[in-house]
Structure formats: structure tokens, C-alpha cells
Design a protein around this ligand. Sequence first.
Ligand code: UD1
Ligand code: UDP
Length: 374
Amino acid sequence: MDGRRILTIFGTRPEAIKLFPLIHLLDRDDRFESCVCVSAQHRGMLDQVLDIAGIEPHHDLDLMTDGQSLDELTARALTGIGRVLDREKPDWVVVQGDTTTVLAGALAAYYRKIAVCHVEAGLRSGDIYQPWPEEVNRRTVGTFAKLHCAPTQTSADALLRENIAPASVHVTGNTVIDALKWVTQQIDDRPELAAGLSDLEQRFAAKRIIGVTSHRRENFGEGMQGIAKAIRRLASRGDVAFIFPVHLNPNVRAVMNAELEGLDNVALIEPLDYPHFAKLLDISHIMLTDSGGVQEEAPALGKPVLVMRETTERPEGVAAGTARLVGTDAETIVRETERLLDDPAAYAAMARAHNPFGDGNSAQRICDLLAHAS
Ligand code: UD1
Ligand code: UDP
């Protein structure tokens, strides 16, 4: 008997990172026939992950355009993915997270009455504009997914509060921990995979490194300005240096280049591939971020993370004490960062490894659910 036909659909860097561990397992499990479709909502940043994970998609819609709008991208993703579904006729579609590709992929499957497995289900901030549009994307997929793979009990509880059938909700952990473990092992085996930061490490040898990422749409404009101003002010201290792989979104790059280019102890660099980003997490004293994934990776590594957002749908890092919400006001970011830099007790209280997001075996749990779900 042929295995279940699983079509995994994704389009951006974080989806690729969180789905490659599952694709690796699906590919070598006789219970499945695995097929991969990328929307390529991201191009360069997606390809970095496909390369390192050794994934060659069966379908690549190559959708990304410069400065793409939400409505145009959604429309093109919906029709493009629809055509792939008509051709592949999978038993299940797997999507991960909350991007436009996730919404469009799941919706195209629903229109064909194909079962949807939602990985990283149940994250809720309670505010439809933070993160925007992700909160509504994941709520929408939650209304019709057949299998909800919640990373934590908190996210499972959120789904149950929305009257989703309890038998369809499973706590699997977050596959980002599987990905982080995999990449850490790769670096241990082949250190050259992450050797590209050694020049910066030498240049900043006497300083404490602060790693930064930022890209949220709701932070465009004032929020991004606040983040940039905070970094500029903190960089006037002699004892810190910033390594900031700048997201390729032109709305991010324009602000960061204008505010931060040319500062001695700020390295604005191109997006890092995953091994190099794991290395950056490792060498950083503190992370400043508005990213979702980094809020999950940093606690696993015991790195204090200041979250430059007003709210988070990942409260587990805050509850564990490794993450703190600081918003995008420059004053607050500076104050909270200086507190960690200058108060060893405050730093030590946050710098403890916790694993609220899983044990690294989430992808296997999801595989088993996919094999047995009716
Ligand atoms: C998208 C997701 C967001 C996710 C983030 C991860 C939506 C609405 N947003 O945000 O949920 O957290 O990815 O990074 O789904 N670009 C490039 N090369 C790339 C990637 C992006 O040039 O490899 C530029 C393009 O000009 C593109 C723009 O960035 O139009 C925005 O990309 P888009 O995917 O729409 O939004 P992100 O801000 O990346
Ligand atoms: N990441 C990376 N290179 C970078 C910045 C981030 O590989 O230069 C990884 C990071 O480890 C995390 C993911 O990308 O797993 C986060 O992606 P992003 O911040 O783009 O999206 P979000 O998680 O906010 O949706």
C-alpha cells in the first residue's frame, strides 16, 4: 500500500527552519509519500535554509517581488498553491505558523476539502494587530485545521478555549528546538559551517556582543526608529558591540542603514544562514529582537532576550524568566539593556537555560500523528 500523501507548504525563512526537521523525517518514513511546495514568499532567506537542510522542493512558485503587498501576495499564493494541490491531490497539507503562505496554503486546501495539519498551532496574543497580520492568519487556520500541533500546553489551552475539538489538539513541542539541535550538531561536526563570524569576533574581542534582529510589520515607522535610536545610544558605550543581520525587507533596511551605518561598534550585516545565526546566538551576551523564532531559541540556550514588542504570543519565555517585553520605545530599550549590562544579578537571573518550547523530538511526534490521524 502506498503511504499517505503529505504536501508540506511553506514560503519564508522561519517556516523553512521549523519544517525541515519534519520534512527530513517524512522523506525517510515508509508511511508517507512526501512532497514539498514553496511559495518563495521569501527568496534569498528561504534558499539559505533549503541549502543547509538539503531540501529540493518539488514545486517552487517563486512568488517574491520587491516590497510585496499583503493582498497581492495572498492572491498569488492562493491561486498558485491551488494549482499545485489540483496536481498533487495530497491526503494532508502541512503548514507551519502564521505567514501569508500559511493562510493561503491552508485556505487553498480547505477549498478542496483536503485535511490541514497546522504546526505551531494555538499561539495567541489576543490583539489582531500585534503581530499583524499573523495573529489573524493563525486564528483563521485554527478554525478549519484537522490536526492542531500546539507547541506548549498554553497554546493547546488557547485552542480548547476556542471550542476546537479536544481530540484534534496535541502538545508536540516546537520543531524549532529540533532544528536548533540539528544545526548545533552540524556545527559540532563541521565547525567551518559557522566560521564566517570569526572576523567580527576578533574585531569585538574586548566587548560584550549584543545580537539584534528586527522585521515586524507593526513596528514599521516609529517602532523601527525607536529600535535604531536605542542601538545608536547604547553603541556610544565602549564595552558593547552590536551584530545585526538586517532583514532583507526594504522597510527595515532603509531605517537601519540611515541610523546605524558607519558606527564603529555596530556591524550591520546580511542575513546569516542558520548555522551562522546559531553561532551568533552562542556568542551574544544579550539578544534584542522582535522575531518570533528567536524568542524560542534564546531561552533554550539561556540567552537573555529583550523582546522589542508590546505583546507576545509566546509568553512561555517571559514566564521562564529568560525573555522580557520591552516594546520599541528607545528609552525603555536602553534602560533594560543597561540593566542587564550593569547589574550582574539581573543578568544572572535571566541567563538560565529553559526549554519551555520542547525537547527536540517534536517532528517525530507530528509524524506519528500524521500517520494515525483519521
Ligand atoms: C514575513 C512574514 C512574517 C514573518 C517574516 C519572517 C507575512 C505577512 N509576513 O515578513 O510573518 O515573521 O516573513 O522573516 O507573511 N525580501 C527579500 N528577500 C527575502 C525576503 C524578503 O528581498 O529573502 C524583501 C522583499 O522586498 C519582500 C519584503 O522583503 O517583498 C517583504 O517580505 P514579506 O515576506 O512580505 O514580509 P516579511 O516582512 O519578510
Ligand atoms: N535567523 C537566521 N538568520 C538571521 C536571522 C534569523 O537564520 O540572520 C533565524 C533564527 O534563528 C530563527 C528564524 O530565523 O529561527 C527567525 O526568523 P524571522 O525573525 O525572520 O521570523 P519570525 O520568527 O519572527 O517569524
